[in-house]
Design a protein around this ligand. Sequence first.
Ligand SMILES: Cc1cc2nc3c(=O)[nH]c(=O)nc-3n(C[C@H](O)[C@H](O)[C@H](O)COP(=O)(O)O)c2cc1C
Length: 185
Amino acid sequence: MTEFHRDSRVNADRFRDGMALLTGAVNIVATRSGDVRSGLTASAVCSFSAEPPRLLACINFSGNSFQQIAESRCMSVNVLAQSQEELAKRFANMLGGEDEDRFDYGNWIELTTGAPVLEAALAAFDCSVEEMLVAHTHAVIIGEVKDVLVNGGMKPLLYSNRAFTTTKGQYDEFPLDYIMAEAWY
Ligand SMILES: Cc1cc2nc3c(=O)[nH]c(=O)nc-3n(C[C@H](O)[C@H](O)[C@H](O)COP(=O)(O)O)c2cc1C
């Protein structure tokens, strides 16, 4: 018989244990305010509407990046590929270093708003900030999408059960003769 793990006591740890099982895509949200670039790894990002093109990101407002986004009123959302796990760790402060050092890795370009955009991201959205709703520890930021970069062709970086992972199947690298022999479909 299936065993259900119910616990009506909801505290932060219990909440985190549940949310750890919500697998999410890993992104870097970045901004530029004057000469200063800042950014953080964020999985709390999703599409909001296509007409008009809007997305949302939930960012801890006690962090450095939020202060910069609030000032610059622009942000990029860079969807990471599996091969960019090192960058995800860097922007989550898992490797130490100063904020600006985070941009020493990868090629960062500008599109429309001036926010740094990772050229090799799976996809990237260059946004101006339309709305910000602050509640408790976080801000929900609605981004008005001004430009979209689409690379594709790589496996996504995911975060699941407190570890980086990826999808199985799409873009797996099998030798061509294996694909031909095994009737791929
Ligand atoms: C996989 C992963 C996902 C994360 N998602 C978010 C998120 O959605 N929002 C957020 O505010 N922080 C998130 N964080 C934490 C930030 O990346 C981390 O606190 C970062 O150092 C904040 O940088 P800052 O102080 O420059 O803003 C996440 C961390 C990891 C490892």
